[in-house]
Design a protein around this ligand. Structure first.
Ligand code: MEV
Length: 439
């Protein structure tokens, strides 16, 4: 029996029992395992349970920090939640490298967010455009009760535009609304305003006896926010790069510039290049309780804004200066959502000095840039596998249930050798049989 009605109405334990009996032949050890990940403090566990429907237990993810990040002249420690073994180590490398060369710089280019009411109007579109200035006033006034708090915080609705989309699809129009949502990510606020606008739009058309037929299709925030944009960069005289991975400074700089250029022109490479950037961005976004799916979706659309998917970072070597930068659209919040609820998110924000949304945009962009620099530094010199496999070795050793002593021996053994699952297993077998002989 693998279908069930009313699963969400069961108690948490009943939900676990159903899964265990249907997928683990009722094995009580599986139930015990799931229960063992519950938080011992019932009140904390209740918070996690309520984030989502049908919660059975918690899934752990490493939570770490990358200290020593010099950003706009101050030192920061970046909290990161990520399961990929080499990411935090790479961050630490890049943080140290640029900390000795003036640090990271970041500036906000814009903070505008977008929402849309998509609708069809079958009839003469001229009347829509003629009436729009009056309608716009009514929309702004009619949703004031929803925007008054945000207005008081210095945000709110910035503009409402009527867009003719009939070149793409017959009878299709949209209200494109721009917002300032201050320190909140703003999706809930934006969606509430948009739904109110949709209602007011329909009322207006009915009340004024428009000759055509208007149908609202949907109203929703757009996760594409090209005008909610942050720039982060590093720069130094090329000579100051020093010898990197055995390469002279200029040769290293030229290889990095070319590596970035390849990602600018080749979508296959750009995808991996940008994935590496999001290793850093997502880790900070998750640790601070923000929506990494929205952040990623936005970044990838931005990366394709010129009609061809391309690199999010850029590099120039003008006037003997190495300059490496990222322009990243990031809609994030430091109030609302999970930020006041998840205990570790609160800690992350404290570690960052309780930043506002603009500062958090800067931290996340720096994390992306640092991660990309670390990847390019390895890729253009010793290759990526050396660092990756060292971290991966620990995962293999844990999987093979190596003791702390065996881990030390394995790390020493693989210092100058290529790591693989088989060689690690064989090494452990040798170590174990050698220690048996000694006994
Ligand atoms: C791996 O998670 C990320 C990299 O592949 C990024 C890149 O190739 O630039 C190392």
């Amino acid at each position: 029996m693998k279908q069930i009605n009313g699963y969400s109405k069961l108690s948490k334990e009943e939900k676990i029992d159903w899964v265990v009996s249907n997928y683990f032949s009722g094995d009580v050890s599986v139930k015990q395992e799931l229960l063992s990940y519950w938080h011992e403090d019932v009140a904390v566990q209740k918070i996690f349970d309520d984030f989502c429907e049908n919660t059975l237990t918690n899934m752990y993810m490493p939570y770490g920090v990358a200290p020593n990040f010099l950003i706009n002249g101050s030192w920061y420690c970046l909290p990161m939640a990520i399961e990929e073994s080499s990411v935090v180590a790479a961050m630490a490398n890049a943080g140290k490298f640029w900390g000795e060369r003036g640090g990271f710089h970041a500036t906000i280019i814009g903070t505008t967010k977008i929402g849309q009411v998509h609708f069809t109007y079958v009839g003469d579109k001229q009347i829509l455009f003629e009436q729009f200035p009056v309608l716009k006033k009514e929309l702004l006034e009619g949703a004031k009760y929803l925007t008054v708090n945000m207005d008081a915080r210095g945000g709110g609705v910035l503009d409402v535009e009527l867009i003719d989309m009939t070149a793409f699809e017959a009878d299709y129009f949209q209200l494109k609304v721009s917002f300032e949502t201050c320190d909140s990510m703003g999706a809930n606020f934006i969606n509430s305003v948009l739904e109110e606008y949709a209602t007011l739009l329909k009322e207006y058309v009915t009340r004024n006896n428009f000759p055509g037929t208007l149908k609202v299709i949907l109203s929703i925030v757009s996760n594409y926010t090209p005008d909610c944009l942050v720039r982060a960069w590093v720069e130094c005289p090329i000579e100051d790069l020093g010898i990197v991975g055995g390469l002279q400074p200029r040769e290293f700089a030229e290889k990095v510039r070319m590596a970035v250029r390849i990602a600018e022109v080749d979508p296959h490479r750009a995808t991996t290049h940008n994935k590496g950037i999001y290793n850093g961005v997502d880790a900070v976004i998750i640790a601070t309780g923000n929506d990494f799916r929205a952040v990623e979706a936005c970044g990838h659309t931005y990366a394709a804004r010129n009609g061809r998917y391309s690199s999010l970072t850029h590099c120039s070597l003008e006037n003997d200066t190495f300059k490496f930068w990222i322009d990243l659209p990031l809609a994030v919040g430091t109030v609302g959502g999970l930020t006041q609820l998840h205990p570790l998110v609160k800690r992350s924000l404290q570690i960052l000095g309780n930043p506002d949304a603009k500062q958090l945009m800067q931290f996340a962009a720096v994390a992306g840039l640092a991660q990309n620099f670390a990847a390019l530094r390895a890729l253009t010199t010793v290759g990526i596998q050396q660092g990756h496999m060292k971290m991966h070795l620990l995962n293999i050793l844990n999987y093979l249930e190596a003791t702390e002593r065996e881990k030390e021996q394995a790390l020493a053994y693989f210092k100058d050798k290529v790591v693989s699952f088989t060689t690690t297993r064989v090494l452990l077998e040798q170590l174990r049989s050698a220690s048996k002989e000694v006994e």
